[in-house]
Design a protein around this ligand. Sequence first.
Ligand code: OSB
Ligand code: MG
Length: 370
Amino acid sequence: MKIDRITLTHLRMPLVNPFETSFGRIERRDCILLEVASEGLLGYGECVADRDPGYSYETAGTAWHILGDFIAPAILGKDVRSPGEFQERVSGVRGHQMAKAGLEMALWDLMGKREGRCLRDLFGGVRERVEVGVSVGIQASPEALVEVVAGYVSQGYRRIKIKIKPGRDVAEAKVLRIAFPDMRLQVDANSAYTLENADRLKPLDDLDLLLIEQPLAEDDLWDHSRLQARLSTPICLDESILSVRHARQALEMRACRVINIKAGRVGGLSEAVAIHDLCSSQGVPVWCGGMLETGVGRAANLALASLPGFTLPGDISASDRYYTQDITHERFNLNPDSTIDVPDAPGLGVTIDPQALERFTIDRLVIGGI
Ligand code: OSB
Ligand code: MG
């Protein structure tokens, strides 16, 4: 695929509801849409870095810099035959996984369009629909949380994840377990605890949770292994796993029993598939994480989650949980069995709505072309 032109579009989209985590609260979500023109086709990718460096050090600003000044020049005018070859060409760029992943996604979309195959088939996915859940932000009170969750349950979601932080954890999980005794429930701390204060999470072991996501610092596999030894609930790592190597080491160290896979966090869909393969070979369950994606990133997440080892429901909710207006013509709906259909048109299987794109654009950069 000869890379003729790369267009970066910085988007800022209002969320249907504010989203609060242990690292902050947002009402609008930023991302960068990548458009790669190659031999008459257009491929799209979503770089999931947000405005602030709360989840990761990457931001839309750092990704703009890395994509525009390093990644685009490394491939513009070149014949990039595969996502693997792309990764080789940008291997001199240390880190910046979200920037790389956004561009790699556009190449997958191009490849699928060229070959007339959907991403699920290119990845070897086996499902036409995937099980999903909702990730619910921190609410004003435990009572408010029960009400919000009840709303999602009545829409048909059968798995709920809640965000927690010190002081807003055990009481929240308990009140939900009482209100919904059989619901699949899990919590996500986004690194808000230390080994010293994580003992306060011990009562969660009595609540039959699917998992506790990323309790400790992102760069601390060792303390996660010490904490996992004290908890009967599986620890699931998100922020800590940036590569297949990290995944292997975390499993060897027993730092977790489950892994949340996000293509953006690990540098691309190829690495995400590789982590899935590693975990599958060891019988370790994985699930697809989310970054409040637009229809572009959501389509990629659905294709990824169609792989056989994704045995836990993903953080992939219906479009209306996030955005009143999306940048794709396609919207994703929840089926009554708490699943969402995997797109099956070539590539990502979605098309861009130019008017919506215009409405949410705050910056644009065209690299190459005429
Ligand atoms: O930790 O999983 C997380 C959103 C932004 C950043 C980090 C996380 C999340 C979510 C949202 O939990 C999941 C979704 O897209 O629905
Ligand atoms: Mg998480």
